[in-house]
Design a protein around this ligand. Structure first.
Ligand code: GCU
Length: 358
């Protein structure tokens, strides 16, 4: 038995290649299993979300040409749509390389309202030829305890939809994807959803539920994101649910100190993105997220890609060390030095992976 198989065996993970009734998953019935994974994640962890609105309308509030040394235009957009309880709208910043068609495009959720932002090296991303659509997450749903009385949370009945805020932010990113369907610049086969930390968790949720995203880029997403929960270091269900119960549905809280009984682990979330691409970023000093458990999750999910299309995470038989970047398969993992942060170096990894997607 190899080192990684031993590490995975210790975690005692539920199999992603068995249906809940124990029957085997094959490449022929993979879509059915994917639906089952999404049902499990909705019921147990993130809550269920309303269906997409019929139509998303876009208004251009402001347009600034010749930005970033003339390399791009920046537009302030407002997306609006009907919900169960009336009209809802939220702002989006659109940054598009000048004169380019078929741009690889990043949809990204941000912690702060201003652009640029320390987590968003706009000019560098533009230099890769990529467009950016950026949403400030508090414009969609407030990241704090408000009893679901504000933002998109207030627009749907909680008795019907028990979504937590991670799922709400992810759902909003899908509305940006609705807008992109009719925009003239994106390469719709290369649209990524990217985010850091809680918004990295959000990026994975978004791509899992929305097949129009070709890549999920999840930076330092850790607990309830990319990292295996069972026996991880750092944060656990009891910690995250105590501090941020509103990110999840209530059922998730019942697994505090009881993770062995979860009928899922986070490799289910990664697997639900297959056969599309996943890029995971980890940081050496980010023990709260736990780089090894992030990596093992990718190793565990790999068997799905291997079954469907040959390559998942292509990696050596050892745990990762700083400087590692495994990018030759459909899951990419990099481990950089330093702390919890969405750095230039992380973005370089996401941009190169995006450009390799042809
Ligand atoms: C907290 C939380 C993490 C989360 C992080 C963030 O540390 O415990 O799960 O990833 O915030 O979003 O910055």
């Amino acid at each position: 038995m190899g080192i990684i198989s031993e590490e995975l065996a210790k975690r005692k993970l539920p199999s992603v290649l068995r249906f809940s009734d124990g029957s085997p998953v094959t490449s022929d019935n993979w879509e059915k299993r994917r639906e089952e994974l999404l049902d499990i994640l909705s019921r147990e962890e993130y809550g269920n979300a309303p269906p997409p609105p019929e139509r998303v309308e876009t208004e251009t509030v402001k347009c600034e040409e010749h930005q970033y040394a003339g390399k791009a235009y920046v537009k302030s957009l407002r997306l609006s749509f009907d919900t169960d309880k009336g009209r809802f709208s939220f702002p989006v910043t659109e940054i598009v390389p000048t004169g380019k068609k078929k741009c690889p495009t990043f949809v990204t959720l941000n912690f702060r309202a201003d652009v640029p932002d320390k987590y968003l090296p706009v000019e560098e991303i533009l230099d890769y030829g990529c467009a950016i659509l950026r949403v400030y997450y508090n414009d969609v749903a407030f990241d704090g305890e408000d009893n679901f009385k504000g933002g998109i949370a207030a627009m749907y009945d909680r008795a019907e939809y028990n979504w937590g805020k991670l799922r709400m932010w992810a759902w909003a990113a899908s509305r940006v994807m609705d807008y992109l369907q009719n925009a003239d610049y994106p390469d719709l086969s290369r649209v990524a959803i990217a985010g850091h930390s809680r918004l990295g968790k959000t990026a994975l949720i978004c791509a899992a539920f929305d097949k129009r995203f070709a890549i999920a880029c999840a930076n330092d997403s850790g607990c309830s994101g990319d990292a295996i929960t069972r026996d991880k270091k750092g944060e656990h269900v009891k910690d995250i649910f105590k501090s941020f119960p509103y990110w999840f549905c209530d059922k998730y809280g019942t697994y505090a100190d009881n993770e062995a009984s979860m009928p899922f682990d986070q490799h289910f979330l990664l697997s639900a993105i297959a056969p599309r691409k996943v890029a995971l970023g980890a940081a050496l000093e980010d023990e709260w997220a736990d780089p090894d458990s992030q990596y093992l999750s990718a190793c565990a999910a790999s068997e799905v890609w291997e079954m469907i299309c040959g390559k998942g995470l292509v990696h050596p038989d050892r745990l990762p060390v700083p400087g590692d970047c495994f990018a030759s398969g459909n899951i990419k993992y990099h481990l950089r030095r330093g702390r919890h942060f969405l750095s230039r170096e992380d973005w370089q990894h996401y941009c190169t992976y995006m450009l390799d997607l042809r």
